[in-house]
Design a protein around this ligand. Structure first.
Ligand code: 0A1
Ligand code: ZN
Length: 878
């Protein structure tokens, strides 16, 4: 199963482990450069494995200092940095003791045990535990862990482990102290964690529906407890919601969340001890935006929900990653939808899906939700595994209905609790609960690519029938030439010209099944399908893919007039929004193609949108946010000139801004008197609406926009409005912009997470001077390649800057390529993630395409590439 020297790991090679671990006792004596780890493993042969097989434990850059088997010393030569092999272990249970010494300070990969700020912390998913001690480091080996942690009391007063605290005390005659933690729930090694250091806690308490009193704590750097309140509140709401919505209660006496400032990803669901990137914990109105608050709520919920979907039921192997990630994203999306506006949350999620997952699926990195091979598992924490995985689960619910879905999930929790499961196990529960054959549906897990669904309509006035011709096709993806049809659930309705719903009736031939009619869902399971609706008024418009019921690209023959009708009248809020997006996208693309496309036709409907903003501002803000340049590029599909896309989109933004200037000014003026800041959904919606209005007003009249933005920048009592104003100013060249950036820096220099916004905004400026600005900022004292958040803020944002990353002279590609090469020696995971900037290079016009390819080849040709970067470059070029 293991990836050696870049050899891919294949699902088809899966074998059960030859040994099982009944118990693990770890004794970790922390030291900044020489931490000693004593591991005592109670092992026994797996009755289902190969009898007499060698015991092969994983390691990664380890140094063994002692080895004992059933008390007898073993030759240290059995251990290499990445392997400990015992050729002929006992045929019955035995005890293996291993001592390793590791250097947390030198650990720049941030995998295994490392230092962050004033603390020690660990990251073990996916294969970090083997950087701490030799182990069967695979998710299907579950064991009960007891951890003793010891450290200098002054240096590390806090000692945290998984599970429940058992005992603690001083180490006699030294300045050291210890704590013992015991986790009664068997778990795989990737869920192991320790944290120790000088940390402050915001404490809370939660009583579960089963009557268990749980001590909660959010641990942060000293002095920052004032910024932990929202995270604690989100945690309590998550715990309650999981009981109410899914019947899942918490199962330990303590739940600790720790915020660290050096973290490769968002956060980690270690059992009872979640470790977070501090950007998903720390917030105050002056320092965090509404989007930051929403991110905290989502990530706190996500990690907490993993306690059942991931921890109690884990993955058999890493090919099943979406079993826990897709399901947990689905759960956190539902949670946020319940806490906020459901349609607005759905729109926001689909925006992310289209921007990230559709891009991945349409590019060289396309892979299925259940891949069948990988070289470096860290590269598979992708939008496909997470977001498309969640969409698949949403489709299961749509297809089997909410009741069978709830029964299936209950069945999954009952049957697989305490085990390491597969995607087949999961789907089997819904097949059983619904009595439905889900085998054809399983293609969503094994075929990559975004299906395109086309819909053509024909109304026959004489017979009053509406014929709907549906077809699906999916373009080839790397390694998958031919695709079989997917089972695509299309939620739908028929919308009359005046907005009323046309009752749905179909005949014997080409009709819908009773189940389809009952669920308002067409199931498209074949390459083509014709449906005939009867007794249909002329002018009726089908509203398809309501609530985005499947992760597909829908192409319809709806006219602009039809779309404007849907945008105004559709009872489905998602499709009202999507109709607006399609109209805007058509308009912008017409401009890219031939300079045509006049927004004037949109005046009435958009004025109406602005009016609806008075009662549903969050929704109106989503309508006013035009399709992104990336989405437009994908819609164009080939030979894209990002400068032309940008110019056309800005021209339309400017035209909308001028057309509705009076309305936008009114929105801005009214919003200014909105009252004190609160990070709730209602307030966030009002701010989003007002800031969308400001952005469009400025696009139409930069001088007026700059003045309004500067006033807002100076007067804001919260980060949301301040940063929105700075974003508007950042698009208007000149002194005012530079002065605002300088003022922002001055004000927030002590807050790295806020300076990240400053880096990101500057890296996003669509001007030719941005490359130089970013190169300059790489040398800024607040910047370091050592902290992932800084790298993502400056270089990640630059890589997402459509015109400047894709400069026609290739200077943008070179900048990112240089950074990737430098970073790779230090933190391969972060280097590989930066390479995501190249995911759509094949869509570009030939000049840029050649330059992007050359930059990728230059990276690939470098010496000593990590497996992470090697896999992405070779796939991107392949
Ligand atoms: N399981 C985590 C994601 C995660 C994966 C790898 C990591 O290594 C640095 C960290 C976090 C989640 O889904 O939140
Ligand atoms: Zn997760």
């Amino acid at each position: 199963m293991r990836s050696d020297q870049g050899q891919p790991v294949r699902l088809s090679d899966y074998r059960v482990p030859d040994y099982l671990v009944d118990a693990v006792a770890l004794d970790i004596s922390l030291d900044r450069t020489a931490t000693r780890v004593r591991s005592t493993l109670r092992l026994r042969p797996n009755p289902e494995g190969v009898a007499g097989a060698p015991l092969d434990l994983d390691g990664d850059e380890l140094v063994a200092t002692a080895l004992r088997l059933d008390g007898a010393a073993l030759d240290l030569a059995l251990a290499t940095p990445d392997r400990l092999t015992i050729a002929a272990p006992p045929a019955g249970p035995f005890v293996l003791e291993v001592e390793t010494v590791i250097d947390p300070t030198a650990n720049t990969k941030l995998m295994g045990l490392y230092r962050s700020g004033s603390a020690y912390c660990t990251q073990c998913e996916a294969e970090g535990f083997r950087r701490i001690t030799y182990y069967l480091d695979r998710p299907d080996v579950l064991s009960v862990f007891t951890t003793r942690i010891e450290a200098e009391r002054d240096d590390a007063p806090v000692l945290l482990g998984n599970g429940n605290p058992v005992e603690a005390g001083a180490v006699e005659g030294t300045g050291r102290h210890y704590a013992v933690w015991h986790d009664p729930h068997p778990k795989p090694s990737y869920l192991f964690a320790v944290v120790s250091g000088r940390l402050d806690a915001l404490r809370g308490e939660f009583t579960t529906s089963e009557g268990r009193r749980v001590a909660l704590a959010i641990w942060v750097e000293p002095g920052k407890v004032g910024q932990a309140g929202y995270a604690l509140d989100a945690l309590k709401r998550s715990m309650r919601w999981d009981e109410d919505a899914f019947g899942r209660a918490y199962d330990l006496d303590v739940f600790n969340v720790v915020a660290v400032s050096d973290f490769n990803m968002g956060a980690m669901e270690n059992k009872g001890l979640n470790v977070f990137n501090d950007k998903y914990v720390l917030a105050s109105p002056e320092l965090a935006t509404d989007a930051d608050y929403a991110g905290i709520e989502t990530v706190i919920a996500h990690e907490y929900f993993h306690n059942w979907t991931g921890n109690r039921i884990t993955c058999r192997d890493w090919f099943q990653l979406s079993l826990k990630e897709g399901l947990t994203v689905f759960r956190d999306q539902e949670f946020s939808a319940d806490q906020r506006s459901r349609p607005v949350k759905r729109i926001a999620d689909v925006r992310v899906l289209r921007a990230r997952q559709f891009a991945e699926d349409g590019g060289p990195m396309a892979h299925s939700v259940r891949p069948d091979s990988y070289s470096e598992i860290n590269n598979f924490y992708t939008a496909t595994i997470y977001e498309k995985g969640a969409e698949i689960i949403r489709m299961v619910r749509t297809l089997v209905g909410p009741d069978a879905f709830a029964r299936g999930l209950q069945h999954y929790f009952d049957r697989f609790d305490g085990t390491a499961a597969t995607v087949e196990d999961f789907l089997g529960c819904f097949a059983e609960a619904s009595g439905r054959d889900l085998a054809p549906f399983f293609r969503w897990y094994v075929q990559a690519g975004t299906p395109r669904v086309t819909a053509r309509t024909h109304h026959d006035a004489a017979t009053r029938t509406l014929t709907l011709d549906l077809a699906q096709d999916t373009a080839p993806t790397p390694g998958q030439g031919e695709k079989l049809p997917f089972v695509v659930p299309l939620r739908f309705g028929l919308v009359l010209p005046d907005g009323a719903e046309q009752p749905v009736r179909t005949g014997e031939d080409d009709g819908l099944s009773d189940a389809e009619l009952a669920n308002d869902t067409i199931e498209l399971a074949t390459a083509t399908r014709r449906i005939r609706f009867e007794d249909v008024e002329p002018g009726t418009i089908p509203s398809l893919l309501r609530d985005f019921s499947a992760p597909v690209r829908l192409v319809t023959d709806a006219t602009d007039a039809d779309l404007l009708t849907l945008m105004t009248h559709d009872t489905d809020a998602f499709n009202r929004w999507d109709a607006a997006q399609t109209v805007l996208s058509r308009l912008i693309i017409a401009r890219v193609r031939d300079g045509g496309g006049d927004p004037e036709a949109l005046r009435t409907v958009f004025a109406a949108v602005v009016r609806t903003g008075r009662h549903d501002p969050a929704f109106a803000a989503q309508v006013l946010a035009l399709p992104s340049e990336g989405e437009l590029a994908r819609e164009i599909g080939r030979d894209v000139d990002p400068d032309a896309v940008h110019a056309a989109r800005e021209a339309v933004r400017g035209a909308v801004g001028r057309m509705l200037a009076a309305e936008f000014r009114a929105v801005i003026a009214e919003g200014a008197a909105a009252g004190p800041y609160a990070p709730d959904a209602a307030g966030a919606g009002r701010r989003a609406f007002r800031n969308a209005a400001l952005s469009l007003l400025a696009a139409g009249d930069p001088a007026l926009g700059a003045a309004q933005a500067r006033a807002q920048f100076d007067g804001a009592d919260n980060m949301t409005d301040r940063v929105a104003a700075l974003a508007v100013l950042s698009l208007i060249p000149g002194e005012a912009r530079e002065a605002a950036f300088a003022a922002f820096y001055e004000r927030h220099a002590a807050e790295p997470l806020v300076i990240d916004k400053w880096f990101a905004l500057q890296a996003s400026i669509p001007e030719r001077s941005t490359v130089d600005r970013v190169r300059r900022l790489l040398g800024h004292p607040a910047f370091t390649l050592g902290v992932p958040n800084r790298v993502y803020a400056l270089l990640g944002a630059f890589g997402a800057n459509p015109t400047e990353f894709n400069r026609p002279d290739g200077a943008g590609y070179d900048l990112v390529a240089d950074a990737v090469v430098t970073l790779d020696g230090r933190n391969p995971q972060v280097a590989a993630r930066l390479l995501g900037a190249f995911r759509s290079w094949r869509l570009l016009e030939p000049g840029r395409r050649a330059l992007a390819e050359a930059a990728l080849k230059r990276i690939a040709a470098g010496p000593d590439l990590s497996a992470d970067v090697r896999e992405i470059t070779s796939r991107s070029l392949g």
